[in-house]
Design a protein around this ligand. Structure first.
Ligand SMILES: Cc1cc2nc3c(=O)[nH]c(=O)nc-3n(C[C@H](O)[C@H](O)[C@H](O)COP(=O)(O)OP(=O)(O)OC[C@H]3O[C@@H](n4cnc5c(N)ncnc54)[C@H](O)[C@@H]3O)c2cc1C
Length: 650
C-alpha cells in the first residue's frame, strides 16, 4: 500500500489546520437524499471534523449503482464498506477495492481514477463524497488533499531476458510461452488487472481445434485462407493469415493444458470457443503466470506502465523504461521486448486522425497508444493500412440512463431494436443507407453505419410499438432473437424471448427522448425536424421505404420482403440513436511472421516484437472483418510470438 510522502504529510497537516478554522462550516452540511446515517451526531474540536458514525452514499457506476457505507470518527475516515456494486469483475471491482483503501490511507478524495476503470473510480469517489457530506465533512477540502507519488525520483534497475509490456490475452500468452522456453520474463501491466479486453470477451476462433474436429466441424483451410485474402482486397499479409488459421487450433489445446479451459460451440458454422466463466478468468491467467513466468525466475509487475524502449548504438533493443504507480522508474535491461499494449482506441484524437471516426470507445480506457508511440520513436514503421478499427455492432445510447428508471428488460427495448432487421435505418441526414439485414452480422452492422457517420437512427412507428406491446418481438417479424452477447441479457434472460410482450413501451421510448437519446414526432416531418435531419432527405427516404413495403420490392437496397414490415399510417414515430461500438484499434506496427517489428525499410528491429491487436493489421485491410478472431489471434500471436522471441535469443 502507498504511504503519504513527507511533503504530502506536511500538506495534509497544514490543510487540517486551515480546516480547523472552518470547522463550523463543515458541520453545517446536511445529508443529501442519496445519503442516510446510522450514527449519533458528535462534534469534534479543531482539525477535520466529522459527525462520528456510519453513513451511506450512492452513485451510478459503469454497470449500475455503487453503494458505500463509510464509518467516521470525529477526525478521520475510519473504514469504507461496499454495500452493493455490479461493476465488471476483474476491472471495476478491483478498482473499487484499490480506491477504497487509498481513500482511507491518504484521508483524501483527491485520488486519480484507477487506470482502466475511470467511470467506476469516479462513481466510488462520488458515493464516498455523499457519505462525507452526510457526516458533516468538507468534500472540497478532501479533494484538495494532494497525493504525491511516494517514490517520485527513485530509480531501480532490473534484468531479464525478455520484457513483455501489456498483460492482456496476447501479453500473458507471450510471457508464458517465452518462460516455458526457459527465459526469465518480466511482464509489465499498467493496471491492477491481468487479461485486458479478454476479461470482457465472449468467445475466440481457433480453427480446427481438437474440440471442433471432434464435434464434426472441420474447416477447409485453403478455402478459408483464399476467401480471407480476397475479402480484404489482397492488402494483407497472406503468410500471417495462414499462420493464424493453421496454428490457432493448437492454441485451444495449449490453453486447456494450462487450465484456461474454453468450450467449443458451432456458431452457425464458425468454430468459436467460449472463454471460461467471467469471474474465473483473471485467476486462471494469474495461475499461468505463476506456473511459468514466476517459476522461471521472472515476475509480473502490475500498476506499472511501459514508457520507452532502450536501444544500443546499432538500434538493437537493450531494454525498456517503465514506471510504477508510486513513481519508481524501472530501468529493465533485456535482450528482447514484446509489445502487447492493445492499441489506441481510447485515444479519441488518434482514432479520429487515423480512421476519421468519432464513435464510441467500447474497449479499454487505458489503451491510448503508448506501445505504438514507444516503437515508432525508435524507428518502427507506421503501416500503410494504419487506422483499422474493430467496429462491432451498434448500441443504443439510451440503455444506461433508462436503467435508472426501468428494469433491464424495459431499459433494453431501444438496444434490442438496433439488432433487428425489420426497422428502417437512416443516417444523421435522414437518408436510408443500407439493407437493414446488415444488423444480423456484427461487423456488417457496425461498418455500414460507420460509413455514414458515428451514429444512425432506427425508426419505429406507432403500429410497430403496438405490435411489440401485444406480442413482443414476434409482433415485428423477428424470427430469431437479437444477436446480443449473453452479458447484455444475463439479468433478464427469462424475458428475453421472442414472444414476451413489451409492457410500457411508449413510456420507455418517451423516457429515452426525455433523456436525449432519441427523438419523437407525430408525423415523419415532425420527427425529421426534432431529430435535426434534413426534412427533404428524410421525406424522400421515408416515402421510398413505404413504397418498398407496399410493393415488397426494395429498389434501393434489395432488402428481403421478409424484413419489410408495415409502419402503419399514423404516428407517433421515434428515432433511436444507435452508436457504433469500437472494441479496439487494429494494427499500428508491421510485423513479419515471427512477430518481429519491422522498420521503415521493412527489416526487423533486433529484439523488438509485437503481438495481439497492435500486430493485427497484417490480417485485415482497412478494418476488422472477423468473429472471434480478436481473441483467437491474441492468444495465438502471443503464444507463438513468445516462443519465437525466446528462440531468437538462443
Ligand atoms: C467489450 C469487448 C468484447 C469483446 N468481445 C470479443 C469476443 O467475444 N471475441 C473476440 O474474438 N474478440 C472480442 N473482443 C476483442 C478482444 O478482446 C481483443 O481483440 C483482445 O482481447 C485484445 O488482446 P490484446 O492482448 O491485444 O490487448 P488488450 O486485451 O487490450 O491488452 C492490452 C493490455 O496492455 C495494457 N497496457 C496498455 N498500455 C500499457 C502500457 N503503456 N504499459 C503497460 N501495460 C499497458 C492494458 O492495460 C491491457 O491490459 C472484445 C473486446 C471488447 C472490448
Amino acid at each position: 500500500m502507498k504511504k503519504l510522502s513527507k511533503k504530502g504529510l506536511i500538506l495534509l497537516l497544514s490543510l487540517m489546520l486551515v480546516l480547523g478554522s472552518l470547522s463550523g462550516c463543515a458541520n453545517d452540511t446536511t445529508p443529501t437524499t442519496e445519503a442516510s446515517t446510522t450514527a449519533e451526531t458528535t462534534v469534534a474540536e479543531g482539525g477535520v471534523h466529522y459527525n462520528a458514525g456510519t453513513y451511506t452514499g450512492k452513485a451510478e457506476g459503469k454497470e449500475g449503482v455503487i453503494e458505500v457505507s463509510v464509518t467516521f470518527s470525529e477526525d478521520k475516515i475510519e473504514s469504507i464498506e461496499i454495500v452493493s456494486q455490479t461493476e465488471t469483475a476483474g476491472i471495476g471491482a478491483e478498482a473499487i477495492e484499490r480506491l477504497k483503501s487509498d481513500i482511507v490511507a491518504y484521508q483524501s478524495l483527491g485520488l486519480d481514477a484507477v487506470s482502466g476503470a475511470s467511470e467506476t473510480s469516479e462513481a466510488l469517489l462520488m458515493a464516498v463524497s455523499e457519505a462525507v457530506k452526510a457526516a458533516g465533512g468538507d468534500v472540497d477540502a478532501l479533494k484538495a488533499v494532494a497525493i504525491e507519488k511516494s517514490n517520485a525520483g527513485v530509480t531501480e534497475t532490473l534484468e531479464a531476458d525478455i520484457v513483455v509490456i501489456g498483460a492482456g490475452a496476447s501479453g500473458v500468452s507471450a510471457a508464458v510461452s517465452a518462460a516455458d522456453e526457459g527465459k526469465k520474463v518480466i511482464l509489465v501491466e499498467k493496471t491492477a488487472t491481468v487479461g485486458g479486453a479478454s476479461n470482457l470477451s465472449w468467445a475466440g476462433k481457433f480453427y480446427n481445434s481438437s474440440a471442433s474436429v471432434a464435434a464434426g466441424l472441420n474447416i477447409a483451410v485453403e478455402d478459408e485462407i483464399a476467401n480471407w485474402i480476397v475479402n480484404n482486397h489482397w492488402r494483407v499479409d497472406a503468410s500471417a493469415i495462414r499462420q493464424y488459421v493453421v496454428k490457432s487450433g493448437e492454441t485451444y489445446d495449449w490453453l486447456n493444458e494450462k487450465g484456461y479451459t474454453t468450450t467449443f460451440i458451432n456458431f452457425f458454422g464458425e468454430p468459436l470457443h467460449m472463454l471460461p466463466a467471467y469471474e474465473t478468468r483473471q485467476g486462471l491467467l494469474r495461475n499461468m503466470i505463476s506456473d511459468s513466468v514466476e517459476a522461471n525466475g521472472g515476475q509480473l509487475l502490475t500498476e506499472t506502465t511501459g514508457k520507452s524502449l532502450v536501444t544500443d548504438a546499432d538500434g538493437n533493443i537493450t531494454g525498456a523504461i517503465c514506471e510504477k504507480a508510486d513513481g519508481t522508474v524501472l530501468e529493465i535491461k533485456a535482450n528482447a521486448v514484446i509489445l502487447a499494449t492493445g492499441g489506441y482506441a481510447a485515444n479519441a484524437e488518434m482514432v479520429k486522425e487515423l480512421f476519421g471516426f468519432e464513435g464510441v470507445n467500447g474497449g479499454l480506457g487505458q489503451n491510448v497508444g503508448e506501445g505504438l508511440e514507444m516503437a515508432w520513436a525508435i524507428g518502427a514503421k507506421v503501416p500503410d493500412n494504419i487506422g483499422g478499427q474493430m467496429l462491432h455492432q451498434t448500441l443504443a445510447s439510451a440503455t444506461a440512463d433508462l436503467k435508472k428508471s426501468y428494469e433491464s428488460f424495459e431499459a433494453s427495448y431501444p438496444l434490442m431494436l438496433t439488432y433487428l432487421p425489420t426497422f428502417m435505418n437512416v443516417g444523421p441526414s435522414g437518408a436510408r443507407f443500407r439493407d437493414e439485414a446488415a444488423t444480423l452480422t456484427a461487423v456488417a452492422a457496425a461498418n455500414t453505419s460507420a460509413f455514414n457517420g458515428p451514429y444512425h437512427y432506427v425508426i419505429v412507428s406507432k403500429s410497430q410499438i403496438d405490435a411489440l406491446m401485444a406480442s413482443g418481438m414476434t409482433g415485428v417479424g423477428a424470427t430469431r432473437l437479437p444477436g446480443m452477447p449473453p452479458e447484455f441479457y444475463a439479468d433478464f434472460a427469462a424475458q428475453f424471448t421472442l414472444d414476451t410482450p413489451w409492457a410500457d413501451a411508449y413510456a420507455v421510448f418517451d423516457q429515452m427522448v426525455a433523456n436525449g437519446d432519441g427523438f419523437k414526432g407525430d408525423t415523419p416531418e415532425a420527427l425529421a425536424e426534432n431529430a435535426g435531419m434534413d426534412a427533404e432527405v428524410f421525406a424522400a427516404a421515408f416515402n421510398q421505404y413505404q413504397e418498398a413495403i407496399n410493393t415488397g420490392v426494395d429498389t434501393s437496397f434489395g432488402k428481403s420482403a421478409d424484413y419489410l414490415l408495415s409502419m402503419g399510417e399514423t404516428g407517433p414515430y421515434y428515432a433511436i440513436k444507435a452508436e457504433i461500438n469500437n472494441l479496439g484499434s487494429v494494427g499500428g506496427l508491421l510485423v513479419n511472421s515471427r512477430f518481429q517489428v519491422l522498420n521503415d525499410n521493412r527489416i526487423p528491429i533486433k529484439g523488438l516484437y509485437a503481438v495481439g491487436l497492435e500486430s493485427e493489421g497484417v490480417l485485415f485491410n482497412d478494418t476488422y472483418v472477423g468473429n472471434g478472431v480478436g481473441i483467437g489471434y491474441s492468444f495465438t500471436s502471443g503464444r507463438l510470438g513468445g516462443t519465437f522471441a525466446a528462440e531468437d535469443l538462443k
